[in-house]
Design a protein around this ligand. Structure first.
Ligand SMILES: Cc1cc2nc3c(=O)[nH]c(=O)nc-3n(C[C@H](O)[C@H](O)[C@H](O)COP(=O)(O)OP(=O)(O)OC[C@H]3O[C@@H](n4cnc5c(N)ncnc54)[C@H](O)[C@@H]3O)c2cc1C
Ligand SMILES: COc1ccc2c(c1)CN(c1nc(C(=O)N(C)c3cc(Cl)c(F)cc3C(=O)O)c(Cl)s1)C2
Length: 490
Protein backbone atom coordinates (compact mmCIF):
# COMPACT_ATOMS: atom_id res chain seq x y z
CA UNK A 1 0.00 0.00 0.00
CA UNK A 2 1.52 3.36 -0.94
CA UNK A 3 -0.32 6.67 -0.71
CA UNK A 4 -3.55 4.73 -0.48
CA UNK A 5 -3.19 2.88 -3.79
CA UNK A 6 -1.94 -0.67 -4.08
CA UNK A 7 1.11 -1.35 -6.24
CA UNK A 8 2.00 -4.61 -7.96
CA UNK A 9 4.61 -6.55 -5.95
CA UNK A 10 7.05 -4.39 -7.85
CA UNK A 11 10.13 -5.87 -9.39
CA UNK A 12 13.36 -4.05 -8.77
CA UNK A 13 14.59 -2.24 -11.84
CA UNK A 14 18.20 -1.04 -11.95
CA UNK A 15 18.88 1.70 -14.51
CA UNK A 16 22.61 2.19 -15.08
CA UNK A 17 23.25 5.70 -16.41
CA UNK A 18 21.28 8.83 -15.61
CA UNK A 19 21.76 10.57 -18.93
CA UNK A 20 18.97 11.34 -21.37
CA UNK A 21 17.86 7.74 -21.99
CA UNK A 22 18.33 6.54 -18.41
CA UNK A 23 16.27 9.37 -16.98
CA UNK A 24 13.49 8.87 -19.54
CA UNK A 25 13.43 5.16 -18.72
CA UNK A 26 13.13 6.04 -15.02
CA UNK A 27 9.99 8.05 -15.88
CA UNK A 28 8.48 5.13 -17.82
CA UNK A 29 9.13 2.53 -15.08
CA UNK A 30 8.15 4.90 -12.28
CA UNK A 31 4.79 5.58 -13.93
CA UNK A 32 4.13 1.84 -14.07
CA UNK A 33 4.71 1.47 -10.35
CA UNK A 34 8.05 -0.31 -10.44
CA UNK A 35 10.76 -0.03 -7.83
CA UNK A 36 13.53 1.91 -9.63
CA UNK A 37 17.15 2.37 -8.61
CA UNK A 38 19.00 4.71 -10.97
CA UNK A 39 22.81 4.61 -10.74
CA UNK A 40 24.80 7.47 -12.30
CA UNK A 41 28.60 7.72 -12.20
CA UNK A 42 28.58 11.54 -12.22
CA UNK A 43 27.28 13.89 -9.55
CA UNK A 44 23.69 15.11 -9.65
CA UNK A 45 23.67 17.61 -12.52
CA UNK A 46 20.81 19.47 -10.82
CA UNK A 47 23.00 20.51 -7.90
CA UNK A 48 26.29 20.94 -9.77
CA UNK A 49 27.03 24.60 -10.40
CA UNK A 50 25.87 25.74 -13.81
CA UNK A 51 28.91 25.73 -16.10
CA UNK A 52 28.83 29.31 -17.40
CA UNK A 53 28.35 29.72 -21.15
CA UNK A 54 28.67 26.11 -22.24
CA UNK A 55 25.12 25.03 -23.04
CA UNK A 56 24.86 22.00 -25.23
CA UNK A 57 21.77 21.63 -27.36
CA UNK A 58 20.29 18.92 -29.52
CA UNK A 59 17.68 18.62 -32.27
CA UNK A 60 14.54 16.87 -31.06
CA UNK A 61 12.31 15.44 -33.79
CA UNK A 62 9.24 13.23 -34.17
CA UNK A 63 10.58 10.00 -32.70
CA UNK A 64 11.88 11.60 -29.53
CA UNK A 65 8.69 13.64 -29.16
CA UNK A 66 6.54 10.48 -29.39
CA UNK A 67 8.46 9.01 -26.42
CA UNK A 68 8.21 12.22 -24.37
CA UNK A 69 4.48 12.34 -25.17
CA UNK A 70 4.04 8.86 -23.67
CA UNK A 71 5.30 10.10 -20.28
CA UNK A 72 3.42 13.40 -20.55
CA UNK A 73 6.50 15.56 -21.07
CA UNK A 74 6.19 16.57 -24.74
CA UNK A 75 4.29 19.78 -24.10
CA UNK A 76 6.64 20.92 -21.36
CA UNK A 77 9.80 20.17 -23.37
CA UNK A 78 8.63 21.62 -26.67
CA UNK A 79 7.52 24.92 -25.09
CA UNK A 80 11.04 25.23 -23.62
CA UNK A 81 12.65 24.38 -26.96
CA UNK A 82 13.15 26.54 -30.03
CA UNK A 83 11.53 25.39 -33.30
CA UNK A 84 13.79 25.30 -36.36
CA UNK A 85 11.76 25.46 -39.58
CA UNK A 86 14.67 25.35 -42.02
CA UNK A 87 18.39 25.05 -42.44
CA UNK A 88 20.16 28.35 -43.01
CA UNK A 89 23.12 27.72 -45.28
CA UNK A 90 26.04 30.13 -44.94
CA UNK A 91 28.15 30.41 -48.08
CA UNK A 92 31.83 31.31 -48.22
CA UNK A 93 30.94 34.80 -49.49
CA UNK A 94 28.78 35.35 -46.40
CA UNK A 95 25.50 35.05 -48.30
CA UNK A 96 22.84 32.85 -46.72
CA UNK A 97 19.77 31.01 -47.96
CA UNK A 98 17.12 28.94 -46.20
CA UNK A 99 16.18 25.38 -47.15
CA UNK A 100 12.89 24.48 -45.42
CA UNK A 101 12.54 21.12 -43.67
CA UNK A 102 9.36 20.42 -45.52
CA UNK A 103 6.15 21.71 -46.98
CA UNK A 104 3.98 20.53 -44.05
CA UNK A 105 3.35 22.75 -40.97
CA UNK A 106 4.56 20.00 -38.60
CA UNK A 107 7.85 19.56 -40.48
CA UNK A 108 10.14 21.33 -38.05
CA UNK A 109 12.70 20.20 -35.47
CA UNK A 110 13.27 21.64 -31.99
CA UNK A 111 16.50 22.86 -30.43
CA UNK A 112 16.55 21.59 -26.83
CA UNK A 113 19.00 22.30 -24.03
CA UNK A 114 20.52 18.93 -23.08
CA UNK A 115 21.05 19.64 -19.38
CA UNK A 116 17.57 21.17 -18.94
CA UNK A 117 15.97 18.13 -20.61
CA UNK A 118 17.94 15.78 -18.36
CA UNK A 119 16.91 17.73 -15.24
CA UNK A 120 13.22 17.80 -16.19
CA UNK A 121 13.13 14.02 -16.62
CA UNK A 122 15.08 13.35 -13.39
CA UNK A 123 12.71 15.67 -11.50
CA UNK A 124 9.65 13.89 -12.89
CA UNK A 125 10.95 10.41 -12.00
CA UNK A 126 12.03 11.50 -8.51
CA UNK A 127 8.43 12.43 -7.65
CA UNK A 128 7.58 8.71 -7.42
CA UNK A 129 8.14 7.18 -3.97
CA UNK A 130 9.54 3.92 -5.36
CA UNK A 131 12.29 5.72 -7.32
CA UNK A 132 15.73 6.15 -5.78
CA UNK A 133 18.75 7.91 -7.34
CA UNK A 134 22.33 6.90 -6.58
CA UNK A 135 24.74 9.51 -7.96
CA UNK A 136 28.52 9.08 -7.91
CA UNK A 137 27.95 5.34 -8.49
CA UNK A 138 29.99 3.86 -11.35
CA UNK A 139 29.09 0.30 -12.33
CA UNK A 140 32.28 -1.78 -12.36
CA UNK A 141 30.90 -5.34 -12.28
CA UNK A 142 27.61 -7.00 -13.19
CA UNK A 143 26.37 -10.57 -13.24
CA UNK A 144 23.85 -10.57 -16.11
CA UNK A 145 22.17 -13.79 -14.89
CA UNK A 146 21.72 -12.93 -11.21
CA UNK A 147 21.38 -9.13 -11.55
CA UNK A 148 24.16 -8.63 -8.92
CA UNK A 149 26.06 -5.33 -9.50
CA UNK A 150 29.15 -3.73 -7.98
CA UNK A 151 29.55 0.06 -8.01
CA UNK A 152 32.59 2.10 -7.19
CA UNK A 153 31.68 5.21 -5.20
CA UNK A 154 33.75 8.20 -4.15
CA UNK A 155 36.79 7.34 -2.03
CA UNK A 156 37.49 4.12 -3.93
CA UNK A 157 35.03 2.05 -1.89
CA UNK A 158 32.53 -0.26 -3.63
CA UNK A 159 28.89 -1.14 -2.88
CA UNK A 160 26.81 -4.10 -4.01
CA UNK A 161 23.24 -4.00 -5.29
CA UNK A 162 21.00 -6.48 -7.09
CA UNK A 163 17.96 -6.16 -9.34
CA UNK A 164 15.36 -8.21 -11.25
CA UNK A 165 16.14 -6.25 -14.44
CA UNK A 166 19.31 -4.31 -15.30
CA UNK A 167 18.93 -1.62 -17.99
CA UNK A 168 22.19 -0.34 -19.46
CA UNK A 169 21.70 3.30 -20.45
CA UNK A 170 25.34 4.07 -19.83
CA UNK A 171 26.25 5.51 -23.21
CA UNK A 172 28.64 4.69 -26.03
CA UNK A 173 31.28 3.26 -23.68
CA UNK A 174 28.73 1.24 -21.71
CA UNK A 175 29.93 -0.95 -18.84
CA UNK A 176 26.81 -3.14 -19.10
CA UNK A 177 27.52 -3.77 -22.78
CA UNK A 178 31.13 -4.43 -21.81
CA UNK A 179 29.98 -7.44 -19.77
CA UNK A 180 27.78 -8.64 -22.66
CA UNK A 181 30.75 -8.43 -25.04
CA UNK A 182 32.34 -11.33 -23.19
CA UNK A 183 29.39 -13.59 -23.94
CA UNK A 184 29.52 -16.04 -26.85
CA UNK A 185 27.30 -15.10 -29.79
CA UNK A 186 27.48 -11.40 -28.85
CA UNK A 187 28.51 -9.38 -31.94
CA UNK A 188 30.10 -5.95 -31.42
CA UNK A 189 31.61 -3.37 -33.75
CA UNK A 190 32.84 0.12 -32.99
CA UNK A 191 34.35 2.69 -35.32
CA UNK A 192 35.87 6.11 -34.65
CA UNK A 193 35.62 8.53 -37.56
CA UNK A 194 38.47 10.86 -38.57
CA UNK A 195 36.44 13.94 -37.57
CA UNK A 196 36.42 15.50 -34.14
CA UNK A 197 34.38 18.43 -32.88
CA UNK A 198 34.60 21.43 -30.64
CA UNK A 199 31.65 23.37 -29.25
CA UNK A 200 31.90 27.16 -29.48
CA UNK A 201 29.36 29.76 -28.55
CA UNK A 202 27.86 32.54 -30.66
CA UNK A 203 26.71 35.04 -28.00
CA UNK A 204 23.70 37.35 -28.26
CA UNK A 205 24.49 40.56 -30.12
CA UNK A 206 25.07 43.98 -28.51
CA UNK A 207 21.34 44.66 -28.22
CA UNK A 208 20.94 41.29 -26.42
CA UNK A 209 19.17 39.70 -29.36
CA UNK A 210 20.03 36.61 -31.41
CA UNK A 211 23.07 37.29 -33.60
CA UNK A 212 21.52 35.23 -36.45
CA UNK A 213 18.02 34.29 -37.55
CA UNK A 214 16.56 32.45 -34.52
CA UNK A 215 14.41 29.61 -35.86
CA UNK A 216 16.99 27.93 -38.05
CA UNK A 217 19.62 25.22 -37.92
CA UNK A 218 22.60 27.18 -39.24
CA UNK A 219 25.13 25.30 -41.37
CA UNK A 220 28.39 26.37 -42.92
CA UNK A 221 29.15 23.40 -45.20
CA UNK A 222 32.81 23.44 -46.29
CA UNK A 223 33.40 20.07 -47.96
CA UNK A 224 35.63 18.20 -45.50
CA UNK A 225 34.50 20.20 -42.48
CA UNK A 226 31.51 22.22 -41.35
CA UNK A 227 30.08 24.47 -38.66
CA UNK A 228 26.60 23.92 -37.22
CA UNK A 229 24.73 26.29 -34.91
CA UNK A 230 21.51 25.68 -32.96
CA UNK A 231 19.72 28.43 -31.01
CA UNK A 232 19.50 28.57 -27.18
CA UNK A 233 16.89 30.20 -24.96
CA UNK A 234 19.45 32.71 -23.71
CA UNK A 235 19.68 34.09 -27.29
CA UNK A 236 23.08 32.51 -27.91
CA UNK A 237 23.80 29.74 -30.44
CA UNK A 238 25.77 26.62 -29.57
CA UNK A 239 28.11 26.42 -32.55
CA UNK A 240 29.85 23.12 -33.27
CA UNK A 241 32.83 22.78 -35.60
CA UNK A 242 33.26 19.31 -37.17
CA UNK A 243 36.66 18.79 -38.76
CA UNK A 244 39.26 16.01 -39.26
CA UNK A 245 41.60 15.68 -36.28
CA UNK A 246 44.56 16.13 -38.60
CA UNK A 247 43.22 19.58 -39.48
CA UNK A 248 42.68 20.46 -35.82
CA UNK A 249 46.31 19.46 -35.23
CA UNK A 250 47.45 22.13 -37.67
CA UNK A 251 45.68 24.92 -35.81
CA UNK A 252 48.07 25.27 -32.90
CA UNK A 253 48.71 29.03 -32.85
CA UNK A 254 46.31 31.96 -32.46
CA UNK A 255 47.39 33.27 -35.88
CA UNK A 256 46.68 29.93 -37.56
CA UNK A 257 43.25 29.78 -35.91
CA UNK A 258 42.43 33.37 -36.85
CA UNK A 259 43.50 32.89 -40.47
CA UNK A 260 41.60 29.62 -40.75
CA UNK A 261 38.32 31.05 -39.47
CA UNK A 262 38.66 34.30 -41.43
CA UNK A 263 39.23 32.29 -44.61
CA UNK A 264 36.49 29.70 -44.13
CA UNK A 265 33.82 31.21 -41.85
CA UNK A 266 34.21 34.99 -42.27
CA UNK A 267 30.64 35.79 -41.18
CA UNK A 268 30.85 33.51 -38.12
CA UNK A 269 34.07 35.23 -36.95
CA UNK A 270 32.22 38.55 -36.73
CA UNK A 271 29.26 36.99 -34.89
CA UNK A 272 31.30 34.96 -32.42
CA UNK A 273 33.89 37.72 -31.92
CA UNK A 274 37.45 36.98 -32.97
CA UNK A 275 39.10 37.09 -29.53
CA UNK A 276 36.34 35.03 -27.89
CA UNK A 277 36.56 32.56 -30.77
CA UNK A 278 40.34 32.14 -30.68
CA UNK A 279 40.41 31.86 -26.89
CA UNK A 280 37.65 29.25 -26.61
CA UNK A 281 39.06 27.35 -29.59
CA UNK A 282 42.54 27.19 -28.06
CA UNK A 283 41.09 26.17 -24.68
CA UNK A 284 39.11 23.21 -26.06
CA UNK A 285 40.47 19.84 -27.12
CA UNK A 286 38.38 18.30 -29.94
CA UNK A 287 36.13 15.41 -28.83
CA UNK A 288 35.92 12.16 -30.79
CA UNK A 289 32.91 10.67 -32.59
CA UNK A 290 32.19 6.95 -32.47
CA UNK A 291 29.77 4.50 -34.06
CA UNK A 292 28.75 1.37 -32.11
CA UNK A 293 26.74 -1.57 -33.45
CA UNK A 294 26.06 -4.73 -31.45
CA UNK A 295 23.74 -7.70 -31.22
CA UNK A 296 21.73 -8.85 -29.27
CA UNK A 297 20.61 -5.97 -27.04
CA UNK A 298 19.81 -8.31 -24.13
CA UNK A 299 21.57 -11.05 -22.16
CA UNK A 300 20.26 -12.79 -19.06
CA UNK A 301 18.20 -10.22 -17.15
CA UNK A 302 20.01 -7.22 -18.69
CA UNK A 303 19.13 -5.07 -21.70
CA UNK A 304 20.90 -2.06 -23.24
CA UNK A 305 19.30 1.03 -24.81
CA UNK A 306 20.37 4.34 -26.34
CA UNK A 307 24.02 4.96 -27.18
CA UNK A 308 24.99 1.84 -25.19
CA UNK A 309 23.24 -0.20 -27.89
CA UNK A 310 23.68 2.02 -30.99
CA UNK A 311 26.03 4.98 -30.71
CA UNK A 312 26.09 6.92 -33.98
CA UNK A 313 27.81 9.93 -35.50
CA UNK A 314 25.56 12.99 -35.04
CA UNK A 315 25.08 13.72 -38.77
CA UNK A 316 21.42 12.96 -38.68
CA UNK A 317 20.52 14.48 -35.33
CA UNK A 318 18.93 11.15 -34.33
CA UNK A 319 21.00 9.68 -31.46
CA UNK A 320 18.81 10.93 -28.62
CA UNK A 321 15.65 10.46 -30.73
CA UNK A 322 16.63 6.83 -31.35
CA UNK A 323 17.38 6.23 -27.68
CA UNK A 324 14.05 7.76 -26.66
CA UNK A 325 12.29 5.54 -29.17
CA UNK A 326 13.97 2.50 -27.55
CA UNK A 327 12.31 3.45 -24.24
CA UNK A 328 8.89 3.88 -25.88
CA UNK A 329 9.05 0.59 -27.78
CA UNK A 330 10.33 -1.30 -24.71
CA UNK A 331 7.30 -0.12 -22.75
CA UNK A 332 4.91 -1.00 -25.53
CA UNK A 333 6.38 -4.52 -25.40
CA UNK A 334 5.99 -4.51 -21.60
CA UNK A 335 2.28 -3.78 -22.07
CA UNK A 336 2.03 -6.40 -24.82
CA UNK A 337 3.72 -9.17 -22.79
CA UNK A 338 2.23 -8.12 -19.46
CA UNK A 339 5.61 -7.16 -17.91
CA UNK A 340 7.06 -10.65 -18.51
CA UNK A 341 10.78 -9.86 -18.90
CA UNK A 342 11.56 -13.31 -20.31
CA UNK A 343 9.38 -12.44 -23.30
CA UNK A 344 9.99 -8.68 -23.48
CA UNK A 345 13.80 -8.77 -23.69
CA UNK A 346 14.11 -11.05 -26.75
CA UNK A 347 11.19 -9.24 -28.38
CA UNK A 348 12.98 -5.91 -27.84
CA UNK A 349 16.14 -7.17 -29.53
CA UNK A 350 14.10 -8.64 -32.39
CA UNK A 351 12.21 -5.40 -32.95
CA UNK A 352 14.85 -2.75 -32.29
CA UNK A 353 18.27 -4.20 -33.12
CA UNK A 354 17.73 -3.97 -36.92
CA UNK A 355 16.55 -0.38 -36.49
CA UNK A 356 19.48 0.55 -34.23
CA UNK A 357 21.88 -0.83 -36.79
CA UNK A 358 20.02 0.95 -39.62
CA UNK A 359 20.19 4.42 -38.07
CA UNK A 360 23.89 3.97 -37.23
CA UNK A 361 24.45 3.18 -40.93
CA UNK A 362 22.19 6.01 -42.11
CA UNK A 363 24.08 8.51 -39.95
CA UNK A 364 27.42 7.18 -41.21
CA UNK A 365 26.15 7.40 -44.81
CA UNK A 366 25.00 10.95 -44.17
CA UNK A 367 28.43 11.79 -42.84
CA UNK A 368 29.91 10.66 -46.15
CA UNK A 369 27.10 12.28 -48.16
CA UNK A 370 27.67 15.57 -46.37
CA UNK A 371 31.27 15.59 -47.47
CA UNK A 372 31.50 13.71 -50.74
CA UNK A 373 28.35 12.56 -52.46
CA UNK A 374 26.86 16.00 -52.03
CA UNK A 375 29.36 17.16 -54.67
CA UNK A 376 28.26 14.91 -57.45
CA UNK A 377 25.70 15.63 -60.14
CA UNK A 378 23.75 12.55 -59.07
CA UNK A 379 23.24 13.92 -55.55
CA UNK A 380 22.23 17.32 -56.92
CA UNK A 381 19.70 15.89 -59.34
CA UNK A 382 18.68 13.38 -56.73
CA UNK A 383 17.54 16.12 -54.36
CA UNK A 384 15.75 17.99 -57.16
CA UNK A 385 14.05 14.80 -58.33
CA UNK A 386 13.20 13.85 -54.75
CA UNK A 387 11.44 17.13 -54.14
CA UNK A 388 9.68 17.15 -57.48
CA UNK A 389 8.37 13.60 -56.98
CA UNK A 390 7.50 14.27 -53.31
CA UNK A 391 5.31 17.16 -54.43
CA UNK A 392 3.81 14.97 -57.16
CA UNK A 393 3.18 11.88 -55.00
CA UNK A 394 3.49 12.96 -51.35
CA UNK A 395 2.35 9.60 -50.02
CA UNK A 396 4.61 7.34 -52.00
CA UNK A 397 7.74 9.31 -52.80
CA UNK A 398 9.10 10.55 -49.45
CA UNK A 399 12.74 11.79 -49.32
CA UNK A 400 14.78 9.71 -46.93
CA UNK A 401 15.64 12.44 -44.42
CA UNK A 402 11.92 13.30 -44.24
CA UNK A 403 11.14 9.68 -43.36
CA UNK A 404 13.87 9.56 -40.75
CA UNK A 405 13.14 12.90 -39.14
CA UNK A 406 9.41 13.42 -39.52
CA UNK A 407 7.85 9.96 -39.41
CA UNK A 408 7.89 6.91 -37.13
CA UNK A 409 8.70 4.61 -40.05
CA UNK A 410 11.18 2.09 -38.63
CA UNK A 411 14.72 3.14 -39.51
CA UNK A 412 15.26 -0.23 -41.25
CA UNK A 413 12.36 0.59 -43.59
CA UNK A 414 13.91 3.99 -44.33
CA UNK A 415 16.93 2.22 -45.78
CA UNK A 416 14.80 -0.25 -47.78
CA UNK A 417 12.71 2.63 -49.07
CA UNK A 418 15.85 4.46 -50.07
CA UNK A 419 17.17 1.44 -51.99
CA UNK A 420 13.82 1.09 -53.79
CA UNK A 421 13.93 4.82 -54.62
CA UNK A 422 17.48 4.46 -55.93
CA UNK A 423 16.39 1.65 -58.25
CA UNK A 424 13.36 3.56 -59.50
CA UNK A 425 15.40 6.74 -60.03
CA UNK A 426 18.12 4.99 -61.98
CA UNK A 427 15.56 3.19 -64.11
CA UNK A 428 13.58 6.40 -64.67
CA UNK A 429 16.74 8.27 -65.58
CA UNK A 430 17.70 5.62 -68.11
CA UNK A 431 14.23 5.37 -69.64
CA UNK A 432 13.83 9.13 -69.63
CA UNK A 433 17.30 9.76 -70.94
CA UNK A 434 17.28 7.24 -73.75
CA UNK A 435 13.73 8.19 -74.80
CA UNK A 436 14.67 11.86 -75.11
CA UNK A 437 17.82 11.05 -77.06
CA UNK A 438 15.97 8.58 -79.32
CA UNK A 439 13.18 11.09 -80.01
CA UNK A 440 15.69 13.83 -80.80
CA UNK A 441 17.60 11.53 -83.16
CA UNK A 442 14.46 10.33 -84.92
CA UNK A 443 13.61 13.95 -85.52
CA UNK A 444 16.98 14.82 -87.05
CA UNK A 445 18.50 11.64 -88.47
CA UNK A 446 17.23 9.23 -91.12
CA UNK A 447 16.88 5.76 -89.55
CA UNK A 448 19.77 4.30 -91.51
CA UNK A 449 22.42 6.50 -89.95
CA UNK A 450 20.90 6.10 -86.47
CA UNK A 451 22.45 2.71 -85.74
CA UNK A 452 26.02 3.83 -86.22
CA UNK A 453 25.32 7.14 -84.47
CA UNK A 454 24.14 5.22 -81.39
CA UNK A 455 27.23 3.08 -81.68
CA UNK A 456 29.48 6.15 -81.64
CA UNK A 457 27.45 8.00 -79.02
CA UNK A 458 27.79 5.30 -76.38
CA UNK A 459 31.56 5.41 -76.86
CA UNK A 460 31.49 9.22 -76.70
CA UNK A 461 29.20 9.09 -73.69
CA UNK A 462 31.64 6.89 -71.79
CA UNK A 463 34.60 9.13 -72.57
CA UNK A 464 32.63 12.27 -71.71
CA UNK A 465 31.56 10.98 -68.30
CA UNK A 466 35.19 10.01 -67.55
CA UNK A 467 36.35 13.53 -68.42
CA UNK A 468 33.60 15.16 -66.36
CA UNK A 469 34.38 12.97 -63.35
CA UNK A 470 38.03 13.89 -63.65
CA UNK A 471 37.61 17.62 -63.90
CA UNK A 472 34.75 17.97 -61.45
CA UNK A 473 36.75 16.96 -58.42
CA UNK A 474 39.49 19.40 -59.35
CA UNK A 475 37.38 22.34 -60.45
CA UNK A 476 35.98 22.65 -56.91
CA UNK A 477 32.53 21.74 -58.15
CA UNK A 478 32.00 20.69 -54.59
CA UNK A 479 31.65 24.28 -53.49
CA UNK A 480 29.23 25.01 -56.27
CA UNK A 481 27.00 22.01 -55.58
CA UNK A 482 27.13 22.31 -51.86
CA UNK A 483 26.09 25.93 -52.23
CA UNK A 484 23.20 25.09 -54.52
CA UNK A 485 22.34 21.47 -53.69
CA UNK A 486 20.99 22.60 -50.35
CA UNK A 487 18.59 24.90 -52.15
CA UNK A 488 16.81 21.81 -53.44
CA UNK A 489 17.26 19.56 -50.53
CA UNK A 490 14.01 20.15 -48.74
C1 LIG B 1 28.16 16.62 -31.05
C2 LIG B 1 26.92 15.82 -30.86
C3 LIG B 1 25.71 16.31 -31.33
C4 LIG B 1 24.53 15.58 -31.16
N1 LIG B 1 23.36 16.10 -31.64
C5 LIG B 1 22.22 15.38 -31.49
C6 LIG B 1 20.99 15.90 -31.97
O1 LIG B 1 20.94 17.00 -32.51
N2 LIG B 1 19.86 15.14 -31.82
C7 LIG B 1 19.89 13.89 -31.23
O2 LIG B 1 18.85 13.23 -31.16
N3 LIG B 1 21.07 13.36 -30.74
C8 LIG B 1 22.21 14.09 -30.86
N4 LIG B 1 23.38 13.59 -30.36
C9 LIG B 1 23.39 12.23 -29.76
C10 LIG B 1 22.96 12.27 -28.31
O3 LIG B 1 23.80 13.16 -27.59
C11 LIG B 1 23.10 10.86 -27.72
O4 LIG B 1 22.48 9.96 -28.56
C12 LIG B 1 22.44 10.78 -26.35
O5 LIG B 1 23.08 11.61 -25.42
C13 LIG B 1 22.46 9.33 -25.86
O6 LIG B 1 21.91 9.32 -24.58
P1 LIG B 1 22.26 8.10 -23.60
O7 LIG B 1 21.53 8.37 -22.33
O8 LIG B 1 22.08 6.82 -24.32
O9 LIG B 1 23.84 8.22 -23.34
P2 LIG B 1 24.59 9.41 -22.60
O10 LIG B 1 23.89 10.71 -22.86
O11 LIG B 1 26.01 9.25 -22.97
O12 LIG B 1 24.40 9.07 -21.03
C14 LIG B 1 25.07 7.98 -20.44
C15 LIG B 1 25.09 8.24 -18.94
O13 LIG B 1 25.60 7.07 -18.29
C16 LIG B 1 26.59 7.48 -17.36
N5 LIG B 1 27.54 6.36 -17.24
C17 LIG B 1 28.45 5.96 -18.14
N6 LIG B 1 29.10 4.86 -17.70
C18 LIG B 1 28.57 4.56 -16.47
C19 LIG B 1 28.82 3.54 -15.51
N7 LIG B 1 29.75 2.59 -15.70
N8 LIG B 1 28.08 3.52 -14.36
C20 LIG B 1 27.12 4.47 -14.16
N9 LIG B 1 26.84 5.48 -15.03
C21 LIG B 1 27.57 5.50 -16.17
C22 LIG B 1 27.19 8.75 -17.94
O14 LIG B 1 27.76 9.53 -16.91
C23 LIG B 1 25.98 9.41 -18.58
O15 LIG B 1 25.29 10.25 -17.66
C24 LIG B 1 24.58 14.31 -30.52
C25 LIG B 1 25.79 13.81 -30.04
C26 LIG B 1 26.96 14.55 -30.22
C27 LIG B 1 28.24 13.98 -29.70
C1 LIG C 1 24.13 19.75 -31.91
O1 LIG C 1 24.98 19.25 -32.88
C2 LIG C 1 24.41 18.76 -34.01
C3 LIG C 1 25.26 18.21 -34.94
C4 LIG C 1 24.77 17.69 -36.11
C5 LIG C 1 23.41 17.71 -36.35
C6 LIG C 1 22.55 18.24 -35.43
C7 LIG C 1 23.02 18.77 -34.24
C8 LIG C 1 21.16 18.14 -35.91
N1 LIG C 1 21.32 17.51 -37.19
C9 LIG C 1 20.31 17.26 -38.07
N2 LIG C 1 20.50 16.68 -39.25
C10 LIG C 1 19.35 16.55 -39.95
C11 LIG C 1 19.37 15.86 -41.25
O2 LIG C 1 18.49 15.07 -41.52
N3 LIG C 1 20.39 16.13 -42.11
C12 LIG C 1 20.44 15.40 -43.37
C13 LIG C 1 21.39 17.09 -41.82
C14 LIG C 1 22.64 16.66 -41.52
C15 LIG C 1 23.62 17.60 -41.21
CL1 LIG C 1 25.25 17.12 -40.82
C16 LIG C 1 23.33 18.95 -41.21
F1 LIG C 1 24.29 19.82 -40.95
C17 LIG C 1 22.04 19.39 -41.50
C18 LIG C 1 21.07 18.46 -41.81
C19 LIG C 1 19.68 18.95 -42.09
O3 LIG C 1 18.97 18.30 -42.88
O4 LIG C 1 19.36 20.01 -41.52
C20 LIG C 1 18.24 17.05 -39.34
CL2 LIG C 1 16.63 17.07 -39.98
S1 LIG C 1 18.68 17.68 -37.81
C21 LIG C 1 22.67 17.21 -37.54
Amino acid sequence: EINGHSVAPSKRIAIVGGGLVGSLNACFFAQKGFHVDLYESRADIRTATKVAGRSINLALSHRGRAALRAVGLEGHITTEGIPMYARMIHDLDGSTHAVPYGTRPDHFIISIDRRRLNEVMLNMAEKFPLVKFHFNHRLVKCNLESGDMTFSISGGATVEHTADLVIGCDGAHSAVRGVMEKKILFDFKQEYIEHGYVELETPADKSGDYAMAKNYLHIWPRDTFMLIALPNLDRSFTTTLFMPFKQFDQLTTETAVTNFFRATFPDAVKLIGENHLVKSFMDTKPSSLISVKCKPYHSGRAVIMGDAAHAMVPFYGQGMNAGFLDCLMFHELMDQYNDNFDLVLPAFTKMMQPNGEAIVDLAAYNYIEMRHLVNTWSYYFRKKMDNFLYRLMPNSWVPRYTMVTFTLTPYSKCIEHRDWQDKMLTRAAWIGGTTIVAMALCAVLPLAQMEDYLEHSTRIGRTFSRVVRGTKSHLGYSQFFLRHAWRYSN
